[in-house]
Design a protein around this ligand. Structure first.
Ligand SMILES: Nc1ncnc2c1ncn2[C@@H]1O[C@H](COP(=O)(O)OP(=O)(O)OP(=O)(O)O)[C@@H](O)[C@H]1O
Length: 293
């Protein structure tokens, strides 16, 4: 039982939402299933993630949230919306912990870890094939479309990035949603460190969207590494055009996620090239230029 008076609201909330909530666990249980936090899987902005094993033998990832000063209502509100979500691209939340000041979330374990390490492997120089990147982009977009308009509560993720996309063996992406904060990651995936040959002398001052926009606009060879055939070339082109739409500075010009899915799944010919991204390297201001890789 939680002790303080302020936590009564939480208890009442949890009781009201019992029927849809994932299981609630004590901190001692969390400690137990992670073997006292022995195997760290990664680190996120909100806390560290550890490997665990439930008593029924299932492997899980346990996210220990940093110590909270709030009474936990934000957390349980998030938790209740997450528990109502069900989509192939959204990672299932199996349980949670609110015990004193301890907060933790228990997810299905994804053995391949995050997308980040696949995008470009520094050691081997290998990069992810375009067809897999495409599969990942569509999966992410479908998951977000679901969160934005397919589930009971509209949820904005705000934190999509290679670090928290967890591909399965077939490279279908899953991602967790304990998030408050939708940035677009397509350009990052397409730009994927060292995946492009930028034939300019001062690469540090090239703003990637601006550079790639020039190529797309002139219907030039995209200069992307690892493109093996026409099909991959088309997928890459499609992802680039869609991502250029998504980073439009005027929000009203940006497509909805349903439109993003439609554009990714449709033909390249039907795609209209968006206006040039506002930030431009032609002004060559170092503070406005993003480094490549
Ligand atoms: N379910 C999981 N299975 C396997 N590894 C995971 C799982 N969830 C997270 N990880 C590992 O932990 C790392 C951090 O994940 P986390 O979700 O905390 O990232 P984040 O989105 O940056 O965090 P935050 O939402 O706190 O900003 C991931 O990059 C991944 O390596």
């Amino acid at each position: 039982m939680l002790r303080t008076g302020e936590n009564k609201n939480i208890e009442v909330f949890l009781k009201d939402h019992e029927f849809l909530a994932p299981k609630r666990y004590r901190y001692s249980y969390i400690k137990n299933i992670t073997n006292s936090f022995r195997v760290k899987l990664g680190k996120g902005g909100y806390g560290d993630v550890y490997k665990g094993k439930l008593l029924d033998g299932r492997h899980v990832a346990v996210k220990i949230l940093k110590k909270s000063k709030s009474n936990g209502e934000d957390f349980i509100n998030e938790d209740a919306s997450i528990s109502r979500t069900s989509h192939v691209n959204i990672l299932s939340l199996l349980g949670f912990c609110i015990d004193g000041r301890h907060r933790a979330l228990i997810y299905e374990f994804m053995p391949n870890g995050s997308l980040e390490k696949f995008i470009f492997q520094e050691k081997t120089g290998r990069r992810l094939e375009w067809k897999k990147l495409y599969r990942i982009a569509i999966g992410i977009a479908r998951g977000l479309e679901y969160l934005h308009c397919g589930c009971n509560t509209r949820i904005l993720h705000f934190d999509i990035k290679p670090h928290n996309i967890l591909p399965d063996d077939e490279f279908f992406p899953r991602y967790p949603i304990p998030a408050w904060r939708d940035r677009v990651m397509d350009t990052k995936m397409v730009g994927g460190r060292k995946s492009v040959n930028v034939d300019v002398d001062r690469t540090s001052e090239v703003y990637f969207p601006d550079w790639i926009y020039g190529r797309v606009e002139l219907d030039e060879e995209l200069g992307l590494e690892g493109v093996r055939d026409e099909d991959e070339q088309e997928k890459a082109r499609k992802m680039i055009i869609v991502s250029l739409w998504c980073i439009q500075t005027d929000p009203s010009t940006r497509p909805s996620m349903s439109r993003v899915v439609e554009m990714l799944e449709g033909s390249t010919e039907s795609l209209i090239i968006p206006p040039r991204p506002f930030l431009s390297s032609s002004s060559s201001s170092p503070s406005r230029a993003a480094k490549l890789g």
